[in-house]
Design a protein around this ligand. Structure first.
Ligand SMILES: NC(=O)c1ccc[n+]([C@@H]2O[C@H](COP(=O)([O-])OP(=O)(O)OC[C@H]3O[C@@H](n4cnc5c(N)ncnc54)[C@H](O)[C@@H]3O)[C@@H](O)[C@H]2O)c1
Length: 265
């Protein structure tokens, strides 16, 4: 077997679908042993046909479940080299006056506290084994500025971006790097309703038109970015939030510029 992750072990949360499933499979295809973790039974399907992926059910926002998850990986492979804290929920697009404190708690529990737990127990396992490692959290362009999700979702993802900076600092001198990816719009379980609605109206060509690449992203494109941050090719990248959005976050939301070469006169 060849690949960037031969002999490495990885834990991926939110691995039953979308970006997490693509990441678990890519890491496995490149040689890693992967513990794929999700609330949903779909995580079993992620492992089907992939000998080096083990599926495990549990809640990424629950302290005991995440602690047990990392312990299981250590029992299985003797240590953990890569943690991908990817599980997330959007909470829909309810606005400031529709959301309750309970809604906020649910979203923060999975997206932000879940990332904290994965970093805490994942890094502890790496420290116990005396190994270096890479931790990658899935944040969002919603965490960079408003408008790509409801207020609680945006705040949770902004928290994740700051959390990877804080964690990288806290882990100074350990050889453990902590980074984030910030996806733009990607077709996954989370955005399926939006894609389905656009297709039903024959408007799928409008998807992604707000970004200069003029299309939505694929889960595989996020998996490639996460795998890069997990690899030795990213050995000097630490505490960084890598935007993978086709250029969506490069501009303010004014009218889209005309195409190059098209005269405006
Ligand atoms: N799809 C996008 O456009 C987009 C954009 C920006 C960020 N993201 C982020 O990407 C990450 C992956 O989402 P996706 O787009 O692949 O959506 P998805 O819905 O396909 O996958 C999310 C997975 O997380 C799992 N999950 C949810 N809560 C969980 C919990 N408490 N414990 C364990 N698993 C749980 C779900 O069961 C699901 O399998 C999320 O953090 C999301 O916020 C997605």
């Amino acid at each position: 077997m060849t690949g960037r992750f031969v002999g490495r072990s990885a834990v991926v949360t939110g691995a039953a679908s979308g970006i997490g499933r693509a990441t678990a499979r890519l890491l496995a295809d490149e040689g890693a042993h992967v513990l794929a973790f999700d609330l949903s039974d779909g995580v079993v399907e992620t492992a089907e046909g992939h000998e080096s992926i083990i599926a495990r059910r549990g809640d990424a926002g629950n302290d005991d479940d995440v602690c047990a998850l990392m312990a299981a990986a250590v029992r299985q492979w003797g240590g953990i080299d890569i943690v991908v804290a990817n599980a997330g929920i959007s909470g829909g697009l309810a606005g400031l006056f529709e959301q309750t404190a309970d809604d906020w708690m649910k979203i923060l529990q999975v997206n932000l506290i879940g990332s904290f737990l994965a970093i805490k127990y994942g890094a502890q396992a790496m420290l116990d084994a005396g190994t270096a490692g890479a931790i990658i959290c899935t944040a969002s362009v919603a965490g960079l500025r408003a408008g790509a999700g409801g207020p609680a979702y945006s705040a949770s993802k902004a928290g994740v971006i700051n959390l990877v900076q804080s964690a990288a600092q806290q882990l100074t001198g350990t050889g453990i790097r902590v980074n984030a990816v910030c996806p733009g719009l990607v077709e996954t379980g989370m955005t399926q309703g939006l894609y389905d609605a656009a297709r039903a109206k024959g408007r799928e060509t409008l998807i992604g038109q707000l970004n200069p690449t003029q299309r939505g992203g694929e889960p595989q494109e996020l998996a490639q970015a996460i795998a890069f941050l997990a690899s030795s090719q990213a050995s000097y990248i630490n505490g960084h939030a890598l935007v993978v959005d086709g250029g969506l976050s490069t501009s303010h939301p004014f009218a889209a510029p005309r195409k190059v070469g098209v005269s405006t006169f």
